[in-house]
Design a protein around this ligand. Structure first.
Ligand code: NIG
Ligand code: FE
Length: 416
């Protein structure tokens, strides 16, 4: 199939984009892309490709922008229930960490998620995945972490594997058994860390071998934060994970800087995420590493807070920056990468071109898939979106409506 006459074909060709390079979109005016099966076969001007492939069936999308599907590299999209009552409490003056310390927050979603059957959990999650997909996200990372005991965490992983198999949205799973201390271990954080290291991680590894022998391992993530898992506890979990062969991620410096970003660099984590309270020193260290800095602008927005990731400083220091939604029931129920881009332009001070690259090729790097997705290049998976806009700068500029008209996932067309 030859998709042609795009007002702009945004290829984002090449490697993930570091520092000042961010925003290299590789725009082809009046562009076309040839898809064979589930793969991109060629990219170029409409004229050139129509001459070269006269017998291909065609899809005329005249006047619209075509670009790679969004990759959302940090979500907690699987959970049961909601926390609308806590949202109201926060508006009345309680802070997120206060609500968490009083047994609400993550713990209340843990209660609802443990109580939900596999079917209910999948049904509630499927709806969110469908909304993500219709807003242009073709691949998303999704974390467990609302089970917090072995059986419930494995149930979340099973639901993720099944939802990935159902498609069309593709899922990269992350085991986040260290999202919070399980209620049974309240006040005994070290014991819970021991449970994660000695019991849960080996169990997840064996389970994964049986259930997903052909998938690469899930990531392991930890909520390294004051009042949750401190630096030593986070290190224990991530080192145990690395010994078992899991690739690493970390929630670092969301509210307080306790050293999570430097730990990520020391352990060669794939990504360090949030990075709101990160020190200037840690920014330098992170920017010189291969760890992707993932900014989550929907989170401070969702919490009505005014501190955002210092993205410009990360870029000035030469870092690899991606953006994600952080979709979760507590701080950011947002299924739209288009909205994350709109916030990134305003509060991370990115240009639309920078935000778009951060939401595609760099986001793919944050889940270690930039060799397969995140740009439109021959040989890459045919994951594309058609936007009902004449110019890519409408992304970021406009917000609150869905600009996606068609999603193409692995070469299959899904009208929105
Ligand atoms: O990324 N920081 C920890 N996890 C989520 C919030 C999860 C929740 O409140 O349920 C976050 O903001
Ligand atoms: Fe998160």
């Amino acid at each position: 199939m030859l998709i042609h006459s795009a007002s702009q074909l945004i290829t984002i060709a090449g490697a993930p984009q570091r520092g000042a390079e961010l925003g290299r979109l590789g725009v082809i005016e009046d562009g076309a892309v040839l898809i064979k099966g589930d793969t991109i076969a060629d990219v170029g001007s409409s004229q050139a490709l129509r001459t070269q492939y006269p017998d291909e069936s065609t899809l005329d999308i005249s006047g619209r922008v075509v670009m790679p599907g969004f990759v959302d590299p940090h979500t907690h999209a699987i959970w049961a229930g909601d926390r609308s009552a806590e949202f109201e409490m926060r508006l009345q003056g309680k802070s997120y960490m206060e609500i968490m310390a009083a047994g609400g927050g993550i713990a209340s979603t843990v209660r609802a998620t443990r109580a939900a059957s596999l079917k209910v959990l999948m049904n509630e999650t499927r709806q969110r995945l469908q909304r993500m997909f219709s807003h242009g996200t073709t691949t998303a990372e999704v974390k467990t972490g609302y089970g917090l005991h072995s059986a419930a965490e494995l149930r979340m992983l099973l639901a993720l594997l099944r939802l990935d198999l159902e498609g069309p949205l593709e899922i990269a799973a992350t085991f986040l058994g260290a999202h919070a201390v399980a209620p049974e271990y309240q006040g005994r954080t070290d014991d819970y860390v021991t449970l994660v290291c000695d019991t849960m991680l080996p169990l997840v590894k064996g389970w994964w071998h049986n259930h997903a022998p052909f998938h690469c391992y899930p990531f392991v993530d930890v909520f390294c934060e004051k009042g949750v898992f401190d630096l030593d506890q986070s290190r224990r979990i991530l080192e145990a994970s690395a010994r078992l062969g899991f690739p690493l991620k970390i929630h670092a410096d969301e509210f307080a800087n306790i050293g999570g970003a430097s730990l990520a660099v020391a352990l060669n984590a794939i990504s360090a995420d949030h990075l709101v309270a990160t020190s200037a020193e840690d920014i330098q260290m992170l920017a010189q590493s291969n760890t992707v800095a993932v900014a989550l602008p929907c989170t401070p927005f969702g919490l009505a807070e005014s501190h955002y990731t210092p993205a410009r400083e990360i870029l000035e220091a030469g870092g690899l920056l991606a953006i994600a939604t952080d979709l979760n029931p507590g701080t950011a129920w947002c299924e739209s990468m288009q909205f994350a881009i709109a916030l990134a332009c305003r509060y991370l001070h990115l240009t639309p071109a920078q935000a778009i690259a951060a939401a595609t090729i760099n986001a793919a790097a944050a889940i270690d898939r930039s060799d397969r997705i995140g740009s439109l290049e021959p040989g890459k998976q045919a994951d594309l979106i058609v936007l009902d806009i004449p110019d890519y700068r409408h992304l970021g500029y406009r917000f609150g409506t869905n600009l996606v008209q068609t999603v193409i996932k692995k070469g299959r067309i899904y009208p929105i």
